[in-house]
Design a protein around this ligand. Sequence first.
Ligand code: SF4
Length: 242
Amino acid sequence: MIDRGVALLDARRRALLEAMGIVIWEDRRTPAAEGPGAMPAPLAGDTATVDDVALLDWAALEQRVAGCAACALHRARSRTVFGVGNHAARLLVVGEAPGAEEDRRGEPFVGRAGQLLNAMLAAIGLPREQVYIANIVKCRPPGNRDPLPAEAAACSDYLARQIALVRPCAILAVGRIAAQNLLGVDTPIGRLRGRPHRYGPDALPVIVTYHPAYLLRSPDEKRKVWTDLLVAKDLLDAETKP
Ligand code: SF4
């Protein structure tokens, strides 16, 4: 099954995938008009400017994100949290959203959860500097709530472009929000773990595991995360960079 990142495929490739019986997830950036996932009504200054994101280079992409007002999360942020790491990384880590410390420092996965993520990566021989780390949304949700589906959708082109620029061998999605939004599914994280998924035009392998912040609250789950990390390591050992 291929996720909604394939939505940018050209018509010919899309037709080939459909002929092979591969499900193509559709772009869900259009917000629902109402309901729990609805985006708050835009204020003056909110703009939807992500249409040409797929064409941007690193510098232009970071600049675009820094000035983005495509969803309501821009109103309360101190700064955007773009992403950090090796632009040629073999592993790309996707998290959920900036927290308070990330919002203050402008970098994803800092603080205790970040330290645990670093330890998780080191356990499979990957220093933090060797991977690329980004979140589903680039602005901190108020009160550290989950990003709304419409907010995640509004931000999705930025992450898709980061993944396209890095072209990793594999993606590690940490936490339910990251996994569900990346794969375009509502499946519980416990059922997403344990098997590789696929993302985007290159059908990049995606491994799902628990968020380090959850592990800090539930250390008994570390054994499962270790299993997931070993799957990721095996994938990285087997995959060549696309
Ligand atoms: Fe823009 Fe993403 Fe921030 Fe929303 S969360 S304002 S889409 S950068």
